[in-house]
Design a protein around this ligand. Structure first.
Ligand code: NDP
Length: 300
């Protein structure tokens, strides 16, 4: 008899939907008990089509959770000063508890300056240097960037306790790789961060009980790189063109072959992506509660 095994598919869409339902419940309770409606302001500069889709989806999710959504679309010619002035207005607007500036910004605007103009208390993207510092030093009141938090939730959904596991994060961006690595460290995993200069990447990946791929290279991670039974989290979103000219989204992991080896794996789409938006809602709720001195409800 041949026994074939394959990975459990981690249903990020369903897990995120469940999380969003819980957040909506907490928002309703906040309204009822404290007359407080969390509000998220999203600023988009220019007309990048992908960014417009992301912003639209974020707005819908915010409204669906019972929060207030404020969207500002500024022309691509907006100056850095004008953008900063808009953020400063929102920093002092009591209806706005979270501010998100959709990246990337046009080339003439310095992203670092803009990110650090957002009040750290309203920085629901978790990109402000103060929140990054809090994450690195393990302070619980940090607003942590959404995709990394979503990755950890998915890992815990499968493994429960991460303590003592070997985790390998491929990618070291400030947005995904580094914060994921710090969160894994907080969970007491033994963490290796790999990047474009890493030698013998596949051998390093083979050691991973938990493998997080956040690279931006379609299907880079092959089955032979993956330890049998490992939990594989694919953050990548890459649009590729097929032989018939159609396009499709794929991750940084060669899903079909890794599926045969891994213990659990996230699909693309429908894995990490939906968690990002759900965690944005969690951060907005957390920011609103903190700004009003209300105990932040435990949601997971
Ligand atoms: P970046 O381009 O900022 O970072 C990519 C990282 O991958 C860098 O650290 C780079 O190394 C590393 N890298 C590049 N080539 C290799 C290689 N051959 N071997 C090993 N490492 C390599 O990307 P992001 O972190 O912003 O995003 C990564 C992916 O995740 C993208 O596909 C993006 O679309 C997706 N994404 C998905 C989100 C979601 O919600 N699901 C949210 C955010 C991103 P080095 O530092 O040395 O250059």
């Amino acid at each position: 008899m041949t026994i074939t095994t394959h990975a459990t598919i981690i249903d990020g869409k369903a897990i995120a939907a469940n999380l969003r339902k819980k957040i909506a419940g907490q928002v309703a309770a906040l309204k009822e008990m404290f007359k407080l409606t969390p509000g998220l302001a999203v600023i988009i500069v220019g007309e990048d089509p992908a960014s417009q889709v992301y912003v639209k989806n974020k707005g819908l999710a915010v409204t669906e959770a019972g929060m207030q959504s404020f969207q500002y679309t500024l022309p691509a010619t907006t100056t850095q000063q004008e953008l900063i002035a808009k953020i400063e207005l929102l920093n002092s607007d009591p209806k706005v508890h979270g501010i998100l500036v959709q990246l990337p910004l046009p080339k003439h605007i310095d992203e670092k300056v803009v990110i650090n103009t957002v009040s750290p208390a309203k920085d629901v993207d978790g990109f402000h240097i103060e929140n990054v510092g809090k994450l690195v030093t393990g302070q619980k009141d940090a607003l942590v960037s959404c995709t990394p938090v979503g990755c950890i939730m998915l890992i815990k959904e499968v493994l429960g306790d991460i303590s003592g596991k070997n985790a390998v994060v491929v990618g070291r961006s400030n947005i995904v790789g580094k914060p994921v690595a710090h969160l894994l460290l907080q969970e007491n995993a033994t963490v290796t961060i790999a990047h474009s200069r890493t030698t013998n990447l596949h051998e390093i990946c083979q050691q991973a009980d938990i493998l997080v791929a956040a690279v931006g290279i379609p299907q880079l991670v092959k089955a032979s790189w993956v330890k049998p039974g490992a939990v594989v989290i694919d953050v990548g979103i890459n649009r590729v063109t097929l032989s018939d000219g159609a396009t499709k989204l794929v991750g940084d992991v060669a899903f079909d072959e890794v599926f045969e080896v891994a213990g659990a794996i996230t699909p693309v789409p429908g894995g990490v992506g939906p968690m990002t938006i759900a965690c944005l809602l969690t951060n907005t709720l957390k920011a609103a509660c903190t700004q009003h001195g209300i105990k932040v409800p435990a949601i997971s």
